[in-house]
Each structure stands twice: as structure tokens, then as C-alpha cells.
Design a protein around this ligand. Structure first.
Ligand code: FAD
Length: 477
């Protein structure tokens, strides 16, 4: 059985930040993730906004971690080599909403958010010409930004691995037993041992706490559906644009992605833990409500409908050292703004570990190498690259212009992607207008070759979603 100082359960944005933070502080750490890739649950499908922090209630953990996390994001993304769009966010109102915006501004200032200002109609319409005509005021939060949430999560996982940490995917923690020095965690077949354990299991955080007979929290699941438009709509808006928040949440927003898509959503519908379906009612609701914020959205450019699931526990995050079990810690109910808050939560976990005696030491830091991105190269750079390896000139994904060499590089990256969706989250094949209609057969061939697998073994995401069932010419054998 492998021995670690620390095991982190769950490879979402909170778990991966915690993993990387621990590894960079010289802690012998393993992350266990039940799926075949990190970023498998809430972290893969959300709005991707690094919130400034004007919305959470002052004094709450949400407010604390949001504002601290926001301050850490830009430099973290630079360190990881992933994109961070420093665009600011707008929260807009009609003529009668100015007072509510002033209240939000005051709340933000109380939370320590810098640079908030109310913008009047003339300036606002210059910043965003496609706002609906009724919109008269906005709260501009210049410290808000946009990231690709799964790219940040994967980059943190890779950074941890290249600096000596270990990630075991397809390891669903089902049993935890205590011994004199710590904990044995098992999925029923494999086991690892750790002195310290941090539970970042998102939707299953209560189940993990139950394994150690400790506190659980009331938990509910709230689905957020989205409409994603093709990249040709880039420039339609320039910031994430929120309506005034309500008691239910931040509302349906018009949003931008780091890759240039426009996105509308999310809805807020109570759901089951794994219900990622998109309902026609949800789509109609988004289409109707978004018109209160922006005008003439081009829904004909829709390329995908998708949903993410928020895990809610009361009105605040729970980030605690357990009272019953020594050297055991957990994060529960990390809903929005959890993406933003995650680096700050990870710092707090590290402080708790240090207080409880974990040994840290300086490491010889190795910087993560970002994926080669041929789309953003000059033609001279690309020519040179193709001379070195002609596969950089062989386009596999026509919509996103991804070459075969980029796919192969991703397949050999530190946390090997083992599904088409995992490849998509690294270098974007199937993300474009055709959603994989043209490139999936090629991706299956490349992946099968590189992994020395049969084509029938290549899955879209988890086991059971294999894309090919057999060979037509040989009678399906
Ligand atoms: C619709 C929507 C919009 C959002 N928008 C934003 C936003 O714009 N900005 C923002 O800051 N936040 C946003 N959020 C919130 C943010 O996405 C979440 O707070 C964050 O992703 C939670 O991360 P996590 O690591 O706690 O959980 P998760 O991402 O859910 O990760 C938990 C991981 O644990 C694994 N796991 C579960 N059980 C086990 C087990 N037994 N053994 C091993 N592994 C296990 C899961 O497979 C999963 O990978 C949004 C959320 C949603 C749903």
C-alpha cells in the first residue's frame, strides 16, 4: 500500500488547488478522483467567472474566500500558463435599479472589493452597444475576470504531478479506516495510506464524512442550464453581464468565454445529483430572460446546450477541520463563487495542516509547459514547427483548427486524458461548430494508436460511453 503524508479526495477546482498548494510546499501528496479525469463535476460546467466579490454577504466565508481568491487568480493563471481574461464584470439595471446597484457597491466595498463604480447610460452603451434599451445603469467591477474553469483545474493537476505529487483517477473512495498513524482509504480494490486527509468531494462530501462518522450537512443540487453560441459571435458583448441578483442567485447572464464564444445562462432548477439534462423549458426561460439584458441575441448560432450542477449547503461554504477525527478536514457546499474561492480555500487548508504539524519544505519548482497552440502562432512560427514535425500541419479538428500533433501532445501530457471529452478539455477538438461530427472518428483513431487500444475501447467520457460497437464489414465482430 502506498504511503502519503496527505490525501486529497476529489479533483475539482478545490481539490486540485489544494493538491497543487500542498505539493508546492513539499508535502508528499496524492489526489484521489473517482472519475477518469479531474474537473469531472461542477468544475467542468459553470460560467467561468472570477467574481470580484460584491455579492456575498459581508462576514461570510463566501465573501472572504471570494475576494482573496480573486486577488490570487491572475498570478496563478500566469504561473500555470492558462488564459485569464481581465475584462471586469457589469451588473446592469433599469432606471429603477440604481439604488440596488449602490447597495451592491456598498456591500462590495465592505467585502474589500476595489475599483467598483456606478456607470451611467452614455458610457455604458459605449462599453456594451448591445444592451437592451431599458438598461440605464451598471455596477462595473474591474477586478472581475473570466477563465476556462477546466483548463485551470487541469493545469493545477499537471503542475502538482510534475512537481512530485500523484493523482489516481478511477479511485472512488468507498471506505476509510483509521490506524495508529492516520487513515487507510480504499475503493474496495486499491488502498492508500495517509496521515492527513482533506475531503473535497463536492457532491459526495457528506458521504465521505459519513465514512468517518462525522458531521453531515443538508445538501441540495441545483442545475444551471446554458446556451453556448459559436465563436463567430465574438464581440457581441465584451464583459460578463449580470442582471440584478435576487434571493435565488445571480440570475441569467450574458457571458463571454476565453475562447471567444458567447454564452447565456445559467438557470437554477432543483435536480438530482447527476441530472445534467437540458430542458426545453430551461432554454425558453433563458431566451426570454436574456432579452431583459441584451438585444437581438443570435440564437441561430447556438452550438451547444449544457448544464452544470451546483452543490448547495445552507447559505455559506463549510471549510473546516473535523472535531471528531484528528487530521481530517473538509469543504462542503462549495457552490458559486467556488471557482473563484478555490485558491484561497486551498491556502487555508495548508494553514490548518501546518498548525496540525504537517512538515513542509522548499521544492525545486518546475514550471508547467502550456500546450502548443498553433492557432495563435505567426505563420513563420507555424512553418518552423511544421518543419520539425509535419503533424502540426495536419488538421484534425476543422472548426477549432487543431492539428494531429497537438492532439498527440495532449495525449502525452502529465495527466493522460483517456476519453474524447478529456482531450476536448485540453486542446479543444469537438468544441467548435460541428461539435465533433467530422473529427471524432479521427480522434478515435489517434487515441487508439497512441494508447495501443482497440477503437471500440475509446469512450466519449466515462466507461459505458464507448463510441464504436464493432466493425460493420466483419459483421460487427
Ligand atoms: C451553473 C454553475 C455556474 C457557476 N458559475 C461560477 C462562476 O462563474 N464563478 C465561480 O466562482 N463559481 C461558479 N460556480 C461554482 C463552481 O463551479 C463550484 O463552486 C466549483 O466548481 C466546486 O468545485 P469543487 O472542487 O468543490 O467540486 P467539484 O468540481 O464537484 O469536484 C468534486 C470532485 O470530487 C470527485 N468525487 C466525488 N466523490 C468522490 C469519491 N468518493 N472519491 C473520489 N472522488 C470523488 C468528483 O468526481 C469531482 O471531480 C458555478 C457552478 C455552477 C454549477
Amino acid at each position: 500500500m502506498k504511503e502519503f503524508d496527505l490525501v486529497v479526495i476529489g479533483g475539482g477546482i478545490v481539490g486540485c488547488n489544494t493538491f497543487s498548494e500542498a505539493v508546492l510546499n513539499g508535502i508528499n501528496t496524492c489526489l484521489l478522483e473517482s472519475s477518469n479525469d479531474v474537473s469531472a463535476y461542477a468544475t467542468k460546467a459553470n460560467s467561468g467567472i472570477v467574481h470580484s466579490g460584491y455579492d456575498p454577504i459581508p462576514g461570510s466565508l463566501m465573501a472572504k474566500y471570494n475576494v482573496l481568491g480573486n486577488k490570487m487568480y491572475k498570478s496563478m493563471c500566469e504561473r500555470l500558463g492558462v488564459e485569464y481574461l481581465e475584462c471586469g464584470t457589469l451588473t446592469v439595471s433599469k432606471a429603477d435599479g440604481k439604488e440596488a446597484l449602490m447597495e451592491l457597491k456598498k456591500r462590495g466595498e465592505e467585502n474589500g472589493v476595489l475599483g467598483l463604480r456606478i456607470i451611467e447610460e452614455a458610457e455604458l452603451k459605449q462599453m456594451e452597444p448591445n444592451l437592451s434599451d431599458d438598461i440605464k445603469f451598471a455596477l462595473f467591477a474591474p477586478t472581475g475576470g473570466v477563465v476556462s474553469p477546466y483548463s485551470v483545474c487541469i493545469a493545477l493537476a499537471e503542475e502538482g504531478i510534475i512537481n512530485g505529487g500523484e493523482i489516481q483517477t478511477k479511485f472512488e473512495v468507498k471506505q476509510i479506516t483509521k490506524d495508529e498513524t492516520g487513515y487507510i482509504l480504499s475503493d474496495g480494490i486499491k488502498s492508500v495510506h495517509a496521515k492527513y486527509v482533506i475531503n473535497c468531494a463536492g457532491p459526495n462530501a457528506n458521504e465521505i464524512n459519513k465514512l468517518l462518522n462525522t458531521k453531515t450537512y443538508p445538501m441540495r443540487f441545483v442545475k444551471g442550464e446554458y446556451i453556448l453560441l459559436d465563436k463567430s459571435t465574438k464581440g457581441y458583448i465584451n464583459h460578463p453581464i449580470f442582471p440584478l441578483p435576487t434571493k435565488v442567485g445571480k440570475g441569467i447572464l450574458a457571458n463571454i468565454t476565453v475562447h471567444g464564444n458567447i454564452m447565456f445562462g445559467p438557470t437554477a432548477v432543483d435536480c438530482q445529483k447527476d441530472d445534467r439534462s437540458v430542458d426545453l423549458n430551461g432554454v425558453e426561460k433563458i431566451k426570454e430572460q436574456i432579452l431583459q439584458t441584451v438585444k437581438e441575441p443570435n440564437f441561430k448560432k447556438t452550438i451547444k446546450l449544457f448544464a452544470g450542477i451546483r452543490v448547495k449547503t445552507g447559505s455559506d461554504f463549510v471549510v473546516e477541520r473535523d472535531e471528531t477525527n484528528k487530521n481530517y478536514y473538509y469543504a462542503v457546499g462549495i457552490c458559486s463563487p467556488g471557482l473563484t474561492a478555490a485558491p484561497a480555500i486551498a491556502k487555508d487548508f495548508l494553514e490548518m495542516l501546518k498548525k496540525d504539524g504537517i512538515k513542509t519544505k522548499p521544492i525545486n519548482y518546475k514550471k508547467r509547459k502550456p500546450y502548443i497552440d498553433t492557432q495563435n502562432m505567426s505563420s513563420d512560427e507555424l512553418d518552423n514547427l511544421i518543419k520539425q514535425n509535419p503533424l502540426y500541419g495536419k488538421i484534425v479538428c476543422r472548426c477549432e483548427h487543431i492539428s494531429e500533433a497537438e492532439i498527440i501532445d495532449a495525449l502525452n501530457s502529465p495527466l493522460h486524458p483517456v476519453s474524447i471529452d478529456a482531450l476536448k478539455r485540453r486542446v479543444r477538438p469537438t468544441m467548435g461548430r460541428c461539435q465533433g461530427s467530422f473529427c471524432i472518428p479521427k480522434l478515435i483513431r489517434i487515441m487508439a494508436n497512441e494508447r495501443r487500444l482497440k477503437k471500440e475501447q475509446i469512450a466519449l467520457n466515462e466507461k459505458g460511453s464507448e463510441l464504436i460497437v464493432g466493425d460493420i464489414k466483419n459483421g460487427g465482430k
